[in-house]
Design a protein around this ligand. Structure first.
Ligand SMILES: *[C@@H]1O[C@H](CO)[C@@H](O)[C@H](O)[C@H]1NC(C)=O
Ligand SMILES: *[C@@H]1O[C@H](CO)[C@@H](O)[C@H](O)[C@H]1NC(C)=O
Length: 457
């Protein structure tokens, strides 16, 4: 009896220890989740939302001082969490096929988990918004209403003083609808006919800027730093580690496959909140290398790398300031007609705009050779551009004049080279005066008209 009891206790204890060990071994958040870049969850930049998804830190979104009152807001918001694009579904399938067929030698339970993993991504998912992505926008809407309680209200909504605009892409249209659903949940406004309009010249300006399309998007040499980094010693070492973990020859693990594993971990986590066995293919230093590879791409394709990347966002820049100007004018002569604009677009919409306005500019460019030097860079898409990333500009009337504040992901930012979180609007206009009086889309984006007939002569 005693022996049985002891036996029972030890079995019980080992089960409990085993359970807590497996809990330790399988954290719910992958250690590499902070490096997912544009495939990261919004919660990674605002971790308090994990406890309460509607929590608003009032001290962060309060007016700059007690004598200030918000009169207008413009927000540019990235779509929410989405499925992989067709291109990435193919890369994931390639990686999975390789692991299934080639990684036979080592029979660990982890490898078995990889092999029995079920490929559920299909090409027709094509970057569509997922349910979590709808939630991203529903909840963001509710928080923004709470953050700016005089601008986003049921009355303003009913009176059409809030304008909704989106890119034509399905994930953006679905995001703006989810945003409206969030407001509807708050107020249940009856007989409300929710409207939005599509404007790609503002939300997908990059497609319409010829000089960008030709000079960067369709130009392989424009992204040569990204290509070079793929064959860097840093990337080699990531591939070597993956090769040894999988017991698959190094030459079969390409940089694209390493990236596919990274994406797979990020998608499983962002879409399903699952800690996937694929995450264990990479350690933290591998993730830093892959994060840098993505940042290099963003830098050269959407950021400071080429001047035209930033300049292509001129139409959106002008649109935002004309909305602020109109609100300022309305305010001077009476009632502000519009209180808020919600503009839904892409990471590719936000990053050129932030770059045009001078945010997140490092002293030295990001190149294939300075990974170590750029360890502390400010241009880090994991921090700037998770799903549902948002830039919000708020205009305030204060006793000493109009002031403006810019929030990124619901946190106030200091305007670059103004050293102030809520400068006078006049000062902001002066600071950007070159852009406000120039930054002409046609002038920046039109290619010189080559007269082919003449060159033939
Ligand atoms: C709210 O923001 C302030 C900084 O403005 C910070 O000190 C504080 O910890 C934040 N509170 C929470 C609960 O996140
Ligand atoms: C392609 O990019 C390279 C490097 O930025 C540049 O020198 C070249 O002029 C570009 N080509 C075109 C057709 O714009």
């Amino acid at each position: 009896m005693k022996a049985f009891f002891l036996n029972f206790i030890t079995t019980y204890l080992s089960i409990m220890v085993g359970l807590s060990l497996s809990k330790l071994a399988k954290p719910t958040v992958p250690s590499i989740a902070h490096y997912f870049g544009t495939k990261g969850r919004y919660e990674e930049v605002n971790p308090h939302l994990l406890d309460d998804v509607l929590f608003v830190n009032k001290s962060q979104v309060a007016p700059p001082s007690l004598d200030c009152r918000a009169i207008h807001m413009v927000s540019v918001i990235r779509h929410g969490t989405r499925y992989p694009t067709t291109k990435n579904v193919r890369k994931i399938a390639q990686l999975f096929d390789l692991v299934k067929s080639d990684s036979l030698r080592l029979a660990s339970s982890w490898l078995n988990d990889l092999k029995t993993w079920k490929m559920w991504y299909t090409e027709d998912m094509d970057g569509r918004l997922v349910e979590k992505g709808r939630d991203d926008h529903r909840h963001l809407a509710m928080r923004l209403a709470k953050s700016f309680p005089t601008l986003i209200t049921a009355d303003h909504l009913r009176a059409n003083r809030i304008e909704f605009m989106t890119s034509s892409k399905h994930r953006c249209v679905d995001s703006v609808k989810a945003f409206q659903e969030g407001l509807h949940r708050l107020w249940d406004v009856q007989d409300m006919d929710y409207q939005h309009y599509v404007d790609d010249s503002l939300m997908r300006f990059f497609d319409h800027c010829e000089k960008f399309v030709e000079g960067v998007e369709n130009n392989k040499t424009a992204l040569k730093e990204v290509q070079r980094f793929k064959s860097s010693s840093e990337m080699d070492s990531v591939r070597r580690k993956i090769s040894s973990r999988l017991q698959i020859p190094y030459d079969r693990i390409t940089a694209d496959m390493a990236e596919a594993a990274f994406f797979l971990c990020s998608y499983e986590f962002a879409i399903k909140s699952e800690y996937s066995p694929w995450c264990e293919l990479l350690d933290e230093s591998d993730a830093q290398v892959l994060e840098y590879k993505n940042d290099l791409k963003q830098y050269w394709k959407r950021g400071y790398g080429h001047d035209i990347n930033r300049k292509s966002s001129c139409p959106l820049f002008h649109d935002i300031f004309s909305r602020l100007d109109n609100a300022a004018k309305d305010h001077r002569f009476g009632e502000v007609k519009k209180t808020a604009t919600i503009q839904v677009g892409h990471g590719e919409t936000l990053l050129p705009l932030l770059s045009l306005m001078g945010f997140f500019k490092d002293e030295k460019p990001l190149t294939s050779e300075n990974f170590a030097l750029q360890r502390k860079r400010v241009f880090r898409s994991s921090k700037i551009l998770p799903y549902a990333a948002n830039v919000v500009l708020v205009l305030y009337e204060c006793s000493d004049g109009l002031r403006v504040q810019l929030f990124l992901n619901e946190k106030p930012m200091i305007f670059p080279s103004m050293n102030h979180a809520a400068p006078l609007y006049e000062r902001v206009r002066k600071h950007y005066s070159k852009l406000l009086h120039g930054c002409d889309f046609n002038k920046e984006c039109d290619l010189p008209q080559l007269n082919l007939r003449n060159t033939e002569l």
